[in-house]
Design a protein around this ligand. Structure first.
Ligand code: PMP
Length: 418
């Protein structure tokens, strides 16, 4: 694979096994053997501060989650056709975090499945087909969700029932409603009414656009006036990451018609879900049924319940706000001294930093990749996002401490200065 070293036999074996579908970070991929809290450990004994992973969100190998999973798998795990107390206890706890109107929750194994189902429910409920997404969005790997994931399109790919709108940058966010209206007109011109506006409420693949709070509202209103629904994809911002609300949509003061979630939901145990209004789900289930063998199995529910408890008991939403604030202001200080650092955006422990050419201000994907690989050599893990791949994506576990923030900033300063 271009850009990836095959000198390491473990890497070569992985490339042989997964072939063209292999996805590995870094020019020199890392073989990991263990992880705890915000730290991961490689086979060669090196430790890495994980500032990328949105899966073990309450901390790697969190003892409460590990205990809940081990206890439940030693007691009962089964397909989902039985009543099992922990499953409904979990769904009730999750619903307590959601808008009251979303009374039904369907649990799945991946965010892709949740978004796939949400789109199908939206189409059944509206009897319309059109979908509006942002121009570099990612919503999943099924056929339907790939069709609404511009960031996954390589050649062609855009169906005529999809319309893309620009990422809501701080300059354009106020025109979000007008962008949505234009997209609906374009769909209409091709004979499609709008079924849904599907948006990741922190626009992570687009480059992390969190502010100004409230900008989603006008787009949601426009879609509803035309008979469509708003699906909030909370796979990235959900579960307290933004520090200012449990869900990304809540920062914008909107109540979605459907909410999809995944990634941090089970702290690494594969689980995801869709919350919907009963009448919408009923309309879908009148036409076709829905069953998911593993979705919401008792072990997943036990993991999910432990995650909700840890977020509350350890004050992780507050920590995301506090540690995220410390991180953002540290980055802001460095940006004043370093020409390549552009806009710093985000909320809580979900930050995006634009990397640009100092002379022209243009996006600099090569330098972005250089910084990511340089940080890897310093023992710090982050990623990239955005239309040009020139935005650093920084997303550490919610338990990040002051010392860990400062460790990150020290490494970052050395790398951008180098
Ligand atoms: N939605 C968003 C916003 C995502 O970032 C992702 C995964 N990166 C998905 C959906 C799909 O989730 P999964 O990989 O669990 O299928």
């Amino acid at each position: 694979r271009p850009g990836v070293t095959q000198a390491d036999p473990a890497v070569a074996r992985r490339l042989r096994n997964l072939g063209a579908a292999s996805v590995l970070f870094y020019r020199e991929p890392i073989e990991m053997v263990a992880a705890r809290g915000a730290w991961m450990e490689a086979k060669d004994g090196r430790r890495y501060l994980d500032c990328y992973n949105n899966v073990p969100s309450v901390g790697h190998s969190h003892p409460q989650v590990v205990a809940a999973v081990c206890d439940q798998i030693g007691r009962l795990n089964t397909n989902t056709r039985y009543v099992v107390e922990v499953v409904d206890t979990y769904i009730d706890a999750l619903k307590a975090k959601l808008p009251e109107s979303l009374e039904n929750v369907v649990l799945t194994c991946s965010g892709s499945e949740a978004n796939d189902l949400a789109l199908r429910v939206a189409r059944a409920a509206t009897r319309a087909r059109g979908v509006i997404v942002t121009e570099t969005a990612y919503h999943g790997n099924t056929e339907l969700t790939t069709q609404v994931s511009p960031s996954a399109w390589k050649r062609g790919g855009k169906p005529d029932w999809v319309e893309c709108i620009p990422a809501p940058t701080p300059k354009t966010a106020r025109n979000f409603g007008e962008s949505v209206a234009r997209a609906m007109a374009a769909l209409q011109a091709r004979g499609h009414r709008v079924a849904a506006l599907l948006a990741d409420s922190i626009f992570s693949s687009d480059g992390v656009y969190a502010d100004p709070q409230g900008f989603l509202d006008a787009g949601v209103e426009a879609v509803r006036l035309a008979g469509g629904l708003f699906i909030a994809d909370e796979v990235q911002p959900g579960f307290a990451r933004t520090g200012s609300a449990f869900w990304g949509f809540a920062r914008h003061g909107v109540v979605p018609d459907m909410v999809t979630m995944g990634k941090p939901m089970g702290n690494g145990f594969p689980m995801a879900g869709l919350a919907a209004r009963p009448e919408h789900l009923a309309m879908f289930c009148r036409d076709v049924g829905y069953f998911n063998t593993f979705g919401g199995n008792p072990v997943a529910a036990a993991a999910g319940l432990a995650v909700l408890r840890v977020i509350a008991d350890e004050g992780l939403e507050e920590n995301a706000a506090w540690a995220g604030g410390r991180l953002k202001s540290g980055l802001g200080r460095l940006a004043k001294e370093t020409g390549c650092l552009g806009e710093i955006r985000g909320a809580g422990l979900f930050l995006g930093v634009d990397i640009r050419k100092a002379e022209s201000g243009r996006p600099d994907p090569d330098r972005t990749s250089g910084i990511i690989n340089g940080l890897r050599d310093e023992g710090v893990l982050i990623g990239a996002a955005g239309k040009h791949g020139a935005t650093l994506k920084i997303r550490p576990p919610l338990c990040l401490s002051a010392e860990e923030v400062d460790h990150f900033l020290g490494a970052f300063e050395r790398v951008v200065a180098g």
